[in-house]
Write a protein that binds this ligand. Structure first.
Ligand SMILES: NC(=O)c1ccc[n+]([C@@H]2O[C@H](COP(=O)([O-])OP(=O)(O)OC[C@H]3O[C@@H](n4cnc5c(N)ncnc54)[C@H](OP(=O)(O)O)[C@@H]3O)[C@@H](O)[C@H]2O)c1
Length: 272
């Protein structure tokens, strides 16, 4: 996908953060936008920003954990826009918790959104993306889909799963000669509200963790969106976003499993 002019782009989790910035960036490049999120009010605000940039945009309420709703959404978008070129499965949540204090509900919550949400979006839209003749699927993982980290076991599991699923999809599309590019996106720490809405183990304080996250996050959501769109244009298999993502990507490749000792040592020096 060399440009986004007149392309129909679907973005989940478009009411905030990276999803909102991607929507506006795509609007500025001439795309038409089907934007969804679990709260229609915030997605409607994003759609308004896109319309101000001169794009056609429509807001939909969608919980990505609801499989049937995602399939219904795909049909609705097709009826409203006539085709689907690009799908960004972006909706996601985060959590900081030791394995011992992570509840079954926490695990089902995070896998439901971060992993199943991506699978639902991919499978429901794939036939339409193939039929467009110029299609693209970008699934949002994380730098924590490349390396594991203490307190991130559930998040790591969900984001490694996204990477495995997405990499296999790309290979299938290539093998079968389908007109569909596939990227897995691995952001580092991006300045969004994700940490304020996160879950934390019972022994941890969400606000304190969010303060720490906001202190460390260096890359803006707008900058992340620009980087992701550049990666899609270049059809990068792996789109790394931010210097921290590049560093985390390098660690297991250079140090092998020894990267875990480095991460553990650095975390001992600062609060999780
Ligand atoms: N920010 C980072 O540092 C970072 C790093 C690595 C990866 N990522 C990934 O990047 C993606 C976007 O994150 P972000 O930082 O932009 O977070 P964000 O600002 O919180 O935006 C995430 C969006 O997803 C929506 N969402 C959550 N659960 C949903 C559900 N069940 N159905 C539909 N929408 C849902 C949220 O809705 P509400 O606003 O209603 O909650 C929100 O609009 C996520 O997949 C995240 O894991 C982020």
């Amino acid at each position: 996908m060399k440009n986004f002019d007149d392309k129909v782009a679907v973005i989940t989790g478009a009411g905030a953060g990276i999803g909102r910035s991607l929507a506006v960036a795509l609007a500025n490049e001439g795309a038409r936008l089907a934007l969804s999120g679990r709260r229609e009010s915030t997605v409607a605000e994003t759609a308004e920003l896109c319309e101000r940039a001169g794009a056609k945009a429509r807001a939909y309420r969608l919980d990505v954990t609801d499989r049937q709703a995602v399939y219904d959404h795909a049909e609705e978008v097709l009826a409203d826009f006539g085709r689907v070129n690009l799908v960004v499965n972006n909706a996601g949540v985060s959590m900081t918790s030791g394995v011992d204090e992570t509840t079954w509900d926490d695990l089902e919550w995070i896998m439901g959104i971060n992993f199943w949400g991506v699978v639902h979006g991919t499978k429901a839209f794939l036939p339409h993306v193939i039929a467009s003749g110029d299609g693209y699927i970008a699934n949002v993982s994380s730098m924590f889909g490349l390396a594991a980290c203490p307190t991130q076991s559930a998040y790591n599991a969900s984001k490694f799963a996204v990477k495995g699923f997405t990499d296999a999809l790309r290979q299938e599309m290539r093998m079968e000669g389908r007109p569909v590019g596939v990227s897995c996106v691995h952001p580092g720490m991006i300045k969004t509200g994700i940490a304020r809405k996160a879950r934390a183990g019972a022994s941890r304080d969400v606000d304190e963790l969010a303060d720490n996250f906001e202190r460390l996050a260096r890359t803006s959501a707008d900058r992340a969106a620009k980087h992701i769109l550049r990666g899609i244009r270049k059809e990068r298999s792996k789109i790394l976003v931010g210097p921290d993502a590049y560093m985390i990507d390098l660690m297991p490749r250079v140090l092998g499993s020894g990267y875990q000792r480095v991460i553990t040592a650095s975390m001992r020096r600062q609060p999780a």
